[in-house]
Design a protein around this ligand. Structure first.
Ligand code: TXA
Ligand code: MG
Length: 321
């Protein structure tokens, strides 16, 4: 799909765009974000408009380094600082009391702000050279599948972006699932959204196993139904796949680990070799299902803890319709 936005792989183009008040879609190790200068209410308002996102769903502010923590957060707790120092740059977002420079246009009036230093060389260059915070949600339409490649951003949002906006191509997102969100406002940390930084890894740093926060209450975007392709996502067991018979008029996709065979009639969307590969393939597989106009996607979820927990969380939401 054609777009007026500039597709580039030069971080300087994104910096220039952000400085001039335009949007810059940025690659990260988790998913692509749709960025705006966090200090520019008009630019941030366009992020909400382009995404079709309700104004009370706050944005994560992306920083170049942990050294900026105290510019954006007010007196972070000791354990929050430790988490930032341990996992940044990386797939971890911390919810903290906001500093005065974080406006209502970012937080929807909340007193907390989500902060993250992404682990992607191009985007770290952008953040470093830009100097300020970059507010960015995932670069997809509200409720839909997050993009893990620049082409996904262009096909999903391209016609809503204008000349001046930039899409920075940084290749495939290596994690492929959104960051772990940890509420650090209470005495003990609580995971609001599971991701690649696991509960066990957090426990090692903090000394206690984090609680599981009430999703959908504290993080309004973590709704029951989210991350949805057009095709209907159905969570199934390996045995159910083996016995699945497709009708002649339906196109049904399958996403399962490589050891699961594809029964005749099903379209294999991906055959990941391990859990990391599964996370990386998940959203591209959903997009592929839609491109093939599949009516349904059967998914055999990976077993185990850690990243597998995050994958099952996204699958449950994608299947919640
Ligand atoms: O990996 C990621 O986190 C990606 C990349 C681009 O960094 N970003 C991302 O942003 O997934 P988004 O907006 O799609 O998801 C962030 C979630 C939303 O559910 C939002 O409502 C919630 O975090 N959130 C952000 N700030 C919050 C705050 N101050 N209080 C409660 N929830 C917050
Ligand atoms: Mg999102």
């Amino acid at each position: 799909m054609a777009s007026a936005a500039r597709l580039t792989s030069d971080p300087a183009d994104a910096v220039a765009g952000l400085r001039a008040g335009w949007l810059a879609a940025l690659p990260t190790e988790t998913v692509y974000g749709l960025g705006a200068d966090a200090a520019d209410p008009a630019a941030v308002a366009r992020v909400f408009a382009v995404k079709g996102r309700p104004a009370d769903h706050p944005l994560i502010v992306h920083l170049a380094s942990v050294d900026q923590l105290d510019q954006f957060a007010r007196s972070p707790r000791g354990y929050a600082r430790k988490l930032a120092e341990t996992f940044w740059p990386g797939p971890l977002t911390l919810l903290l009391g906001r500093s005065s420079r974080v406006g209502d246009w970012i937080t929807g009036g909340r007193e907390t702000v989500g902060l993250r230093v992404p682990d992607h060389a191009c985007t770290l260059t952008v953040l470093h050279d830009f100097g300020g915070g970059v507010a960015a949600p995932s670069a997809n339409r509200f409720g839909r599948v997050s993009p893990t490649r620049a082409e996904h951003v262009v096909s999903e949002l391209g016609d809503l972006l204008v000349a001046g906006d930039v899409v920075l191509d940084g290749g495939q997102s290596v994690v492929g699932l959104e960051s772990t969100i940890v509420d650090c406002t209470l005495e003990m940390p609580a995971i609001l959204r599971p991701g690649a930084v696991t509960s066990a890894a957090i426990a090692e740093v903090v000394g206690v196993l984090p609680q599981v926060g009430r999703l959908g209450v504290q993080a309004p975007g973590t709704l029951a139904a989210h991350y949805e392709p057009e095709a209907r996502v159905r969570i199934v067991s390996e045995d159910e796949v083996a016995g699945f018979a497709t009708g002649s008029t339906t196109r049904v996709g399958l996403l399962a680990m490589e050891q699961v065979d594809t029964p005749p009639g099903l379209i294999r969307l991906a055959a990941p070799a391990d859990v990391e590969d599964f996370a990386r393939s998940l959203y591209a597989a959903f997009r592929e299902a839609d491109a093939l106009m599949a009516t349904d996607v059967l998914v055999v979820p990976p077993r185990g803890e850690g990243l597998a927990t995050a994958i099952r969380d996204r699958l449950r939401r994608a299947a919640a319709r």
